[in-house]
Ligand binder design. Structure first.
Ligand code: B16
Ligand code: MG
Length: 216
């Protein structure tokens, strides 16, 4: 097996838990539109782009709206979401994430972000994570959403490491699929039931070490 020379990290669900802020903002929007939105419903939005998330929300509420209204609603939700993430700090980095990023850097392994979020820079800056990255690919730089491999292909190009030497860390099934399509290995963060296609699944980055990259 080719050695690992770059680690590509998803953001929400891997390095930070922003899903709770997405949930609060989507629930507020659903309530304004006159229907409920549960935490279980929110599971369907993880790793999904903003516009695709709105489509799922409207399907749950049984609403059909024109494009202009949908754009206004997505912006409205984003304003509330940005209010929440503007208050984030380093205490919201998920357990084990910082130590693993530091370990990668100390071994000369390149570190890249591969996130669907258009708000990734604000989150990375507020949590102090920005300096750990050699490349940051987010929703402002991509045209196709996961499971399309674009976000990880761009990350591997920017750090100058071929796909066979890259590993992706992802909490969403669509992200694991994107890694496979990019020709990369993957580590699922979460439970094996949802992430069965990953080469390795761990509950969090707390269980990840540089030595374990050898298991992939
Ligand atoms: P934004 P990731 C994803 O982040 C979230 O999991 C998903 O719930 C969200 O809709 C998407 O980013 C877009 O976020 O509205 O901030 O552009 O897991 O790809 O880091
Ligand atoms: Mg994610």
């Amino acid at each position: 097996m080719a050695s690992i020379q770059a680690c590509l990290f998803d953001l929400d669900g891997v390095l930070v838990d922003t899903a709770k802020y997405h949930y609060l903002a989507w629930r507020r929007l659903a309530e304004e539109l006159g229907f409920g939105f549960t935490e279980q419903d929110n599971e369907r939005l993880k790793g999904v782009s903003r516009t695709a998330s709105l489509e799922i929300l409207l399907e749950i509420g049984g609403l059909q709206l024109d494009e202009e209204t949908k754009q206004q609603l997505a912006e409205r939700k984003n304003t509330w979401y940005v209010e929440s993430i503007s208050r984030m700090d380093e205490s919201e980095i998920l357990p084990g994430a910082l130590d693993f990023l530091k370990a990668c850097r100390s071994k000369g392994i390149k570190v890249a972000l591969g996130s669907a979020s258009k708000n990734a820079m604000l989150i990375l800056n507020n949590t102090g994570l920005t300096p750990y990255f050699d490349a940051i690919i987010d929703g402002t730089k991509t045209s196709a959403a996961k499971p399309d491999p674009e976000v990880f292909v761009l990350g591997s190009e920017e750090v100058g490491v071929p796909p066979e030497n890259c590993v992706v860390f992802e909490d969403a099934e669509a992200g694991i699929e994107a890694a496979i399509r990019a020709g990369m290995r993957s580590v699922g963060i979460g439970s094996p039931e949802n992430l069965s296609r990953a080469n390795l699944v761990v509950p969090s980055l707390q269980q990840m070490t540089i030595d374990r990259l050898g298991e992939l």
